[in-house]
Every structure is written in structure tokens, then in C-alpha cells.
Design a protein around this ligand. Structure first.
Ligand SMILES: [Zn+2]
Length: 423
């Protein structure tokens, strides 16, 4: 059995100063400044104290202070014997996208990688590229675009900063497309995708929305190799494939790939949304047989209206013939209101999937059963809705909320509501 930790992107208060020691993001900075991100230097201190940011972050339009992030890393570092490796699903810079340059983005990248290495010097880390790492945000030209828009400024830096974690052949892949695969144990392969080639806000995809860098073709070849050699596979990525922000052509082709290789794909792990959710894949023929699951783990940012969170996955793994299936997952959160009120940080256990949802296993069939159960059990649906927002009180889940939450879990391919008709 092995455990992995999924730690999603966080948002520092001052990315332009990240190459230095982190500076305090003074509590009290304006948290309601009228800009997309507040609580930052330059937002000032509001006349009304209640408009000021809390000491450990704020539910309003504020990114996570570095010391809150480091409190999580410190806690996990002290528990490092309890997990084997880390899945790190991207989005490192803050949301002040109008301030960002290539320089500030690289400072964020190197600073965050430095923190991970400081707290987990001996732990394998398998990173992914988020959509916020580029400048401008969401701008990921295919590598054949040359000249001033060429993306090598970022992909070369990724390969350089990830060199302690990945072998040379994987780093060469990172330099060319920011995706890679590694086999940490015989019989087990991890594939990290660059989901910006399905990102609908990446306008470079207007040139080719299907497979601009050959990433899907590469994925198919790799999965065929894994099938031939008896490997089980985990797929990591940033934007979930069923998210409306994933282009339809890419998403539907990816769905076909998951269908074809469902026998060897033991887990899929994504981030991006900041919410805690999942997406079930069904057989393409009848859309009635659940064949795979993508987990969407909660973020370390409170942006916006959320508590912060991270997750442990317990896998059937280590041995050559292990299934590498996810046996259970446990989510931990920081209750931000409580931390700010008490003046101290306490990361706490939120729930484990099997116990909370009374599931026999975390198989695709059991996740599908959970969706059906939630469709007729309002109490269960309310529980899912609360955990979706990391235990922030989100109010009652009414008819529209019910449809949206359940339809999302059934739609692992984007822009497809075929499976939502009975909801
Ligand atoms: Zn994202």
C-alpha cells in the first residue's frame, strides 16, 4: 500500500518579491478593494476594520499568505513518513494576472519549488503545469511558434526547476511540451499532462484545437506501451478533462483514450477548480457502464469563499502486480474563520471518502452509485455540497445546485449533458 499527497497551487501575497525571503502580508490590508485580487500591498488599509484581511488569509478576493502555506508544509514535513510521494497539480502564482511578467512567474516557480525541496528534501514529487504559470496567464503557444512568443522561456525553466525530481528523458519531454512520464516502480507509470492544450482560454488553440503538440498521440503510444508491458498508470494534470474550460475536441478524444485503456488507468488526478469533486467516465457505446474516475482535489487557496485544503490518497501499490487503484482518500482543511478568530492555525481532518459516503470501495461503479444516491437523498447531497466548498457554509443545495453538482460528476467529457437528462 502506498500513499500520495496532492497539494494544489497556492497564491502568495507578493509574487514580485518571491525571490527574497517572504515578507509579511500585513493583516488588515483591504480585502474588498474592487479588484480581482485584494489584501495585497497597494490595496491599503481600509477605514472600516472589517474590510481588512485576516491574519491567515481571507474568504474574500485574497490569495493565501506564504506563512499559511508554510504552516501546511511544516505540518506535512513532520508527517512525511506517512506518505510516499507527492502529486503537485500546478497553479503557483497569484491571481493578480495584470501585474505578472515572465520574470515574476519564474520567481514564483523557483520560490515554490525551493519550498517543496526545503520541506520534502527526500520525497519524490511529480509536478504538473497549471494555467497560471505563463505570462500572460493562459498563454501557451505550441512549441513550433518561434520568435518572441516562443514558450521555451517557461518550459526550459520548468525542466530546470524540476530536475531534482525527474529523470533526464522526462526533462527532455518537459522542455519540448511540458508533459512527461516516469516509472517509479516496475509495473507502475505516472503520466503528467500539460492540460493547457485543452484550455479554452489559451487562444493559441485557435490554430489547432485537436492536438497541437501531439500530446494525445504521445499519450496513446505510451498507454499502448504500458498495456504491452503490464504497467498500471496514474494520469496527473491541472484542468480536469470534463471541465467546461477544457476544449470539446480535446476532451472528447481524451474520453475515447480513457475508454480504450480503462483496464490499465488506475487513477486520474486533477486540480484547477479549487473545489473538491470528481468526474466519472462511462463506456462510449451506451454511456451506462462506469469505467474510470478523475479526482479533482481541493486547493490550498481560499480564493474565493473557501477554506484551504489538501488530500492524501491511499493506493494499492508498491508491488509489481499491485492494482494501483485508489483505496480511499482523506481530506484535511484549515478552517480559516476559526484560525483568524483564534489567532492560530490548526489544520484538521475533514473527511475520508469511504466512511463519509458509506462506499464499499472507490471503484468507478461505486462513485456512480454515489451520484445516483445523491440524486434522491438530499442529506447526502448537502454533505457533498459542503465538502465541495471545503466545509464553508454554502447554504442549501437547491434544484439548480443539485443539477449542476450532479451533472458535473457525470460529465467527464466537456460540453456534454447527455448523462444529465435524468437528474
Ligand atoms: Zn488553474
Amino acid at each position: 500500500m502506498s500513499r500520495s499527497l496532492t497539494c494544489l497551487g497556492r497564491r502568495p501575497c507578493r509574487p514580485h518579491r518571491l525571490s527574497r525571503a517572504p515578507l509579511p502580508c500585513e493583516p488588515g490590508n483591504n480585502a474588498n478593494c474592487g479588484e480581482p485580487v485584494c489584501c495585497r500591498e497597494g490595496n491599503g488599509v481600509p477605514a472600516n476594520k472589517s474590510e481588512g484581511a485576516g491574519p491567515f488569509g481571507d474568504y474574500r478576493y485574497c490569495d493565501t499568505p506564504l506563512w499559511t502555506l508554510e504552516s501546511m508544509l511544516q505540518k506535512l514535513s513532520a508527517e512525511k513518513d506517512q506518505f510516499d510521494y507527492i502529486y503537485w497539480t500546478g497553479d503557483l502564482p497569484a491571481h493578480d494576472v495584470w501585474n505578472q511578467t515572465r520574470g515574476t512567474q519564474l520567481e514564483s516557480l523557483y520560490h515554490m519549488v525551493g519550498l517543496m525541496r526545503k520541506y520534502f528534501p527526500d520525497k519524490p514529487v511529480f509536478p504538473c503545469l497549471g494555467n497560471h504559470e505563463s505570462a500572460p496567464v493562459n498563454s501557451f503557444p505550441p512549441p513550433y511558434i518561434s520568435g518572441k512568443y516562443n514558450i521555451s522561456w517557461l518550459y526550459d525553466a520548468l525542466a530546470d526547476s524540476w530536475k531534482h525530481w525527474l529523470p533526464k528523458d522526462a526533462l527532455a519531454m518537459v522542455k519540448s511540451g511540458a508533459y512527461y512520464s516516469v516509472s517509479p516502480h516496475p509495473g507502475f507509470r505516472i503520466i503528467s499532462l500539460n492540460m493547457n492544450y485543452c484550455n479554452s482560454e489559451n487562444w493559441w488553440m485557435l490554430l489547432n484545437t485537436t492536438d497541437p503538440t501531439g500530446e494525445l498521440a504521445w499519450l496513446i503510444g505510451l498507454l499502448q506501451h504500458s498495456e504491452n508491458t503490464g504497467e498500471k498508470v496514474h494520469i496527473l494534470g491541472h484542468i480536469p478533462p470534463g471541465d467546461s474550460g477544457c476544449l470539446k475536441a480535446w476532451s472528447w478524444n481524451y474520453y475515447k483514450v480513457i475508454n480504450r485503456y480503462q483496464n490499465i488507468i488506475a487513477g486520474q488526478f486533477f486540480g484547477h477548480t479549487h473545489y473538491d469533486s470528481f468526474q466519472v467516465f462511462y463506456d462510449e457505446e451506451t454511456l451506462s457502464v462506469p469505467v474510470n474516475v478523475a479526482y479533482v482535489a481541493p486547493s490550498v487557496t481560499a480564493y474565493s469563499g473557501l477554506n484551504m485544503g489538501y488530500r492524501f490518497y491511499t493506493m494499492d501499490g508498491i508491488y509489481r502486480n499491485s492494482s494501483y487503484q485508489v483505496l480511499d482518500h482523506e481530506t484535511y482543511i484549515l478552517n480559516l474563520a476559526k484560525a483568524n478568530a483564534e489567532g492560530k492555525i490548526a489544520w484538521e481532518f475533514e473527511y475520508s471518502a469511504k466512511a463519509q459516503y458509506n462506499m464499499a470501495s472507490l471503484s468507478p461503479r461505486d462513485w456512480d452509485k454515489l451520484i445516483t444516491r445523491m440524486s434522491t437523498n438530499q442529506t447526502l447531497l448537502e454533505t457533498y455540497n459542503r465538502l465541495y466548498y471545503k466545509s464553508v457554509n454554502s447554504g442549501e443545495c437547491d434544484k439548480a445546485c443539485r443539477f449542476s453538482k450532479l451533472c458535473d460528476t457525470r460529465s467527464a467529457r466537456s460540453h456534454d449533458t447527455d448523462l444529465c437528462k435524468d437528474l
